[in-house]
Each structure stands twice: as C-alpha cells, then as structure tokens.
Design a protein around this ligand. Structure first.
Ligand code: FAD
Length: 414
C-alpha cells in the first residue's frame, strides 16, 4: 500500500484540463474511487480537483460548423454545473488558468497553488482564434461564435489559409452553409492534409472540396498579408510566455494575400488556420530531461506516466502528450482512461497497466454530406464512412461517452 493510503489525510488527485481527456479521466477516477458501491471494500479517502480555465466541456470537433451555424454551436458547450457527478463532495472544481506545474503543485494565474499527490495533465494544445476559444463561460462563448459568424456572413469572398484538417473543415462548412460565397482554400504544399496519410486520401479530399465548390490554390505559400493578421507576428518560440494564441486574431477583413509566386488574392475575409502550439513550457520539473518535452508534446510511457522515473505520480494524456502522431479526441480519451485507472491502481497498490497504441486515423467532415476517412493504411468508401458520421458531429456520442448526462457506474479494479 502506498504511503498516502496509510495517511489519515485525503489523497489529493488533480486533473489539469477538463475537456475530452480530462473529463474522461475524471469519469474513470469517479467510477473507481467515488461511485457508490454495494461492496464492503474500504476505499481510501480521496479528494479530486479538476482545474480548467473554462466552466464547461466544449465539443471542439463541431467548432467549424458552430461558427457557420451558431444555433448548433451553442449546444457544443456543456457547463460542468450540469454534470451531476462532478458535484460530488469529494470533487472540487477550480476555474483558473494554469501557469506552471512543479513536481507537487499546480500554480494558477490567480496566485493560487493546488497541491497534489497524483496529477493528470490534460491541457490540450493551443490554437489561434477563432478555433482556439478565448471564452471561459458559455455566455462569452455564444457571443464569441456569434461575432465570428457575423464576419463570415458579411463576407462575399472568404480565403482560408492552411489545408490541414481544421482549414479543410472550415472551408467546407462555410461553402456548404453559404453556397453563394466564393471560398478559397490556400495551402503551401501540392496536396492538403499534412501528416501520415496517403496521397490517394489527399486526392479524395481535393475532389470532395471541388465538388462542394471550394476553390483550391495548392503549392502556394502566403508570404504577405495586408492588413497583417495578429498571428503573423506571433513569436512561437516564446510559447506560453507571450499572449496565448486563443487571444490572437487570425481573421482579417478586406485582406490582400500575396503568394510566393507573386500572385495576389483579395478576400473580404481571410482566416488563417495554421498550426498549434504545445504547452510543455508550463512544466517545470527539474529532474526531467529536456527531450521529453518535444514539439509533438510530452513523452509518456505506455502507462501514461510522463517519461521520467523521477515523477511516477505525474501522468499526461490527450493532445498535450506525444502519444499519437495525429491528435484526436478518441486517442486522448483512451489515454485518460489508462491514466485514471493507473492512478487508482497505484493508490490501491495494484500493478499498473499499459495502454495500447492505435494506428493514425483521420476523418474529415466536410459540410453535412461529404466525409473522408483514412484508418491506418485503409481509405474507407463513402457509404461505409457514412455509418460512422453523426449529424451532430458526434456531440451526443461524446456526451454519452463522457457520462455528462448520467451517473458513471462503480467499477472495481482487480
Ligand atoms: C475544428 C476541429 C475539428 C476536430 N475534429 C476532430 C475529429 O473529427 N475527431 C477527433 O477525434 N478529433 C478532432 N479534433 C481534435 C480534438 O478536438 C482534440 O484531439 C481534442 O480536443 C483533444 O482533447 P484534450 O482533452 O487533450 O484537449 P482539449 O480538448 O484542447 O482540452 C484542453 C482543456 O484544458 C483547458 N486548458 C488549456 N490550457 C489551460 C490552462 N493553461 N489553464 C487551465 N485550463 C487550461 C482547456 O480549457 C480545455 O478544457 C478536432 C479539433 C478541432 C479544433
């Protein structure tokens, strides 16, 4: 039995970040350590703290459509206050921005320090606005998406820069919801969809975008833009030490984009969908080697503990971990499931378990009737893919999987 179990004080578990990965970790910690059970097993006294800068879950997968259809977008935010089991007396919800993580405490911008015996880091990665959200409450979020929607609605020509998954889905959603607008997607490489995918898949995506009516400018890098969007001067090397990307505007009205070839493209609204920033710089763990904080995120073991033997009580999952090449909600939720079980196993003095690794996959939802899926090496036929596409972009399924509208059942670990 670990020293903490013997002590009279409650064992402190902190989950930093409460979205797909963090909430799934919370759910499984709750099932194992707090849910009511009819067995006469003595469970240690536990206090679980969830820290997030927001007051609710956000179904990010639906965000591009949330910007083009704000009524749909409003449903994507589910306040924690509506999740019954999060109100358990042994769970503490702390709204705050994490500025630093040290070996035994999480430090917030308010000056508050939250000590832990075990920590699960699930802070995701940073995206620039408007996909990266600056809001911390649902009311602010509804205003935020309405503001972007108004700008999209007012523009007759929209240029989207960056043919990654987000740029593709945004271009497709804008064109599908506003067929009269001219929508152009500009990407620096000859084919869109960077990452470990087949050219056959990329060609399929190109064909779908053309069918929807999106104009494609491929193999052309934007080298200048007037007026300059705020992210163009963003110093990525400073990461979280400068303005968070969510507060940095990537939209420019009446924009002129100059391409490397010298060609210029004018657009009533230009939106840059370029890259993400990792949050590794929040971690100050003196005994960890620098190379566990790579560009792809924090290196973790198969147990989801960070890859440093000096800190076996710190776990990382979801987009902030380097677990998967392609960052996906499902991968994050699975990693969180393993992390939560292993925290509980450690507290209950059971051997830790390893998570499996899954092949890279990507499903692109391009408007309501077009989608493409590559799973491992396999590219799926449209009709086969359709069976896995949800009209609400998976919102209900995620609510169900994360038990946001029901009580998670007790789970016994053996
Ligand atoms: C437009 C779009 C479409 C996508 N489509 C798909 C898809 O079809 N399928 C799929 O599987 N994945 C998709 N993804 C990726 C998916 O959304 C991510 O993989 C997923 O969000 C990762 O979950 P996470 O919990 O690790 O991080 P996040 O969901 O980013 O959650 C991080 C949490 O940490 C909080 N946080 C962050 N920093 C701080 C801080 N400093 N202090 C306090 N709190 C903080 C945030 O508020 C948030 O609640 C899509 C993403 C986008 C943007």
């Amino acid at each position: 039995m670990s020293p903490s179990v013997k002590s009279a004080e409650a064992i402190k578990i902190v989950v930093a970040g409460g979205n797909y990965a963090g909430l799934n970790a919370m759910q499984h910690l709750y099932s194992i350590l707090l849910a009511s059970n009819n067995e006469s097993i003595q469970r240690p006294s536990i206090e679980i703290t969830l820290i997030d800068q927001r007051d609710g879950f956000v179904h990010c997968i639906g965000l591009t459509r949330g910007l083009t259809e704000p009524e749909f977008g409003a449903n994507l935010w589910v306040p924690y206050s509506t999740v019954s089991w999060l109100q358990h007396p042994s769970i503490r919800l702390v709204r705050g921005t994490v500025t630093e993580i040290t070996p035994n405490a999480v430090h917030l911008s308010s000056g508050q320090t939250v000590a832990f015996d075990y920590l699960i880091i699930a802070l995701g990665l940073s995206r620039f606005a408007p996909i990266g959200l600056r809001s911390s409450t649902k009311a602010e979020y509804i205003d935020e998406i309405a503001e972007t929607h108004t700008r999209i609605q007012a523009a007759q020509t929209v240029a989207i820069v960056g043919g990654g998954a987000v740029g593709i889905e945004l271009a497709a959603d804008v064109k599908s919801d506003f067929p009269d607008k001219q929508v152009t997607l500009i990407h620096s490489r000859a084919l869109p969809v960077p990452g470990p995918f087949k050219d056959e898949f990329r060609h399929m995506v190109v064909d779908i975008l053309k069918e929807i009516g999106v104009d494609l400018v491929l193999g052309e890098r934007v080298i200048a833009q007037t007026p300059e969007s705020e992210d163009m001067s963003y110093n990525t090397t400073k990461e979280m030490n400068c303005t968070p990307p969510e507060l940095v505007g990537t939209m420019s009205s009446d924009a002129e984009l100059t391409l490397a070839s010298g060609r210029t493209i004018r657009a009533d609204l230009a939106i840059r969908c370029l890259g993400t920033l990792n949050k590794s710089s929040l971690l100050h763990l003196p005994l960890a080697a620098n190379d566990i904080f790579g560009a792809d995120g924090i290196a973790v073991k198969d147990t989801m503990q960070i890859d440093c033997d000096a800190y076996p009580h710190i776990y990382a999952c979801g987009d902030i971990s380097s677990r998967a090449l392609v960052k996906l909600a499902g991968v994050g939720m699975y990693g969180a499931f393993i992390a939560a079980r292993n925290v509980a196993r450690s507290i209950l003095s059971l051997p830790l378990e390893d998570g499996e690794r899954y092949p890279p996959q990507l499903m692109l939802l391009m408007g309501k009737d077009h989608f493409a899926l590559q799973l491992g090496d396999e590219i799926w036929e449209k009709e086969r893919t359709r069976e896995h596409v949800h009209e609400d972009m998976g919102l209900r399924r995620c609510i169900e999987c994360l038990s946001l509208h029901k009580e998670p059942e007790y789970v016994r670990l053996d």
